[in-house]
Design a protein around this ligand. Sequence first.
Ligand code: GAR
Length: 193
Amino acid sequence: MSPKKIAFFASGSGSNVENIVLYFREKEIAAQFLVLCNNPNAYVLQRADKLGIESIVFDKKALTESGEVLRQLQAFNPDLIVLAGFLWLMPASFVQAFPNRIVNIHPALLPKYGGKGMYGMRVHEAVVANNEKESGITIHYVNEHYDEGAYICQVTCAIAPHDSPEDVAQKVHQLEYAHFPKTIAALLNLAPL
Ligand code: GAR
C-alpha cells in the first residue's frame, strides 16, 4: 500500500499534530505529512522540524487570493486534510477541491460553543461560565462555515462544579489525544471507526 498523505493546517502549539504523527509512527503505518501554518511564530513549526516534517508558512493572501496554498496542497495531493487548531476559515475553493476530505476538531460539543472566534481557551471559559455539566470534542467534516460540517464523532467528558477552564482544557485535550488519531486512521480506511 502506498503511504497515506495527511496535510495539517495549524495555527498554534500543534500538540494534536505531534500526537497524530506519533500515533502513525508507533503503529508503523506508512504516512507522509505536511504542516501548513498561518503563523510564523507558532510552536507547531518547531514540532514539525523535530519530527522531520516539511512545513509551509503562508499569509492570508496566499490562502484566499493568489491560490498559492491551494496549488501547494494539490501538488502534495493529500488523502486527508486535518485542521488541528487552525483559526482561519477554510476558503470555499478548498472545500470544493477536496470534497469530504477536510476534517476539523473542535474542543466542545457542537453546535454549542462553535463559530467564529470560538477557539481554544475561549471555548472552555464559556463552558465554565455557563456551568455546563459536560463538554467534549467534535470531529467533523469542514464546509464553508465555521464549525458547521457533518459530524463524524463526538465524545464527552464530565465537568465537576469546581473545574476551572484550565481543568476543562486538560480533559478535552486528553479526549483529543485519545480519539483524533484513531478517527483519522479510520477515515483513511486503516482502522475501524
Ligand atoms: C485544540 O484543542 C483544538 O480542538 C482547538 O485548538 C486546540 C489546538 O491545540 N481548535 C479550535 O478551537 C478550533 N475552533 P494544539 O495546537 O495543541 O493541537
